[in-house]
Design a protein. Structure first.
Length: 215
């Protein structure tokens, strides 16, 4: 595992994160020559930057609301930010929203870069395209009301502790539906991820969380 600090936050990269990058970028490796490898490398860079900045959004929000320590981990399902801290409902919502907000900013950066003269370069076009698409996907996916995604956590804070069963059933239905569509469209990665999220919500409904971290 690779470990390093960034802006005062310890960051750990598990080897499974690189497996995730390989799974998402394997289509580029179907090509031949250095251009295919370059595009795969650019996608890996975009994934790394996008997920780290997403988690830094959470970490900086936690710091703003008084958390003394936050750690970021990148692993096979993306990333998460964790650490001790006690927050109000609206502070917790702000912390959860800060990650997707970072992805919106990166989409904006990508759109601005798309107006630059450098877009004539095919590698620059590939980088900008990946930056927009990856962060657009991360935003849309993370705001879905599926616990423990950011949208699911925000939904949980809004519903309150007495209505967590509604939160978990919502997660089961939405994640399960997406998993089925993933299978039907032969998007195995989508089916696996959403299947795991549906199972996580089912376990939480039974009082036995299976361990997928949030944020």
């Amino acid at each position: 595992m690779l470990r390093f600090p960034l802006f005062g936050f310890p960051i750990t990269i598990h080897w499974m994160f690189w497996v995730l990058c390989l799974m998402l970028g394997i289509g580029y490796l179907d090509g031949e020559g250095p251009e295919a490898l370059m595009k795969f490398g650019l996608l890996t860079l975009v994934l790394f930057l996008s997920i780290v900045l997403h988690e830094l959004g959470h970490a900086f929000a936690r710091r703003k609301f008084g958390a003394s320590h936050s750690e970021i981990t990148l692993y096979g399902l993306g990333g998460y930010c964790a650490g001790p801290g006690r927050f109000t409902k609206w502070q917790s919502i702000g912390i959860s929203a800060a990650g997707p907000a970072a992805n919106v900013i990166l989409v904006g950066v990508g759109l601005l870069l798309g107006l630059s003269p450098g877009m004539e370069n095919p590698m620059v076009r590939s980088f900008v395209f990946d930056l927009i698409m990856v962060n657009g996907f991360l935003f849309v996916f993370n705001v879905l009301p599926i616990y423990p995604l950011d949208g699911g956590q925000i939904f949980g804070y809004l519903m309150g502790p007495s209505r967590l069963r509604v939160v978990f059933w919502t997660g089961i239905i939405i994640a399960g539906t997406i998993a089925v569509f993933g299978l039907l469209s032969r998007s195995i990665f989508t089916a696996i991820i959403c299947g795991m999220l549906a199972y996580e919500n089912w376990q939480r409904l039974q009082g036995r969380p299976s361990g997928i971290p949030g944020n």
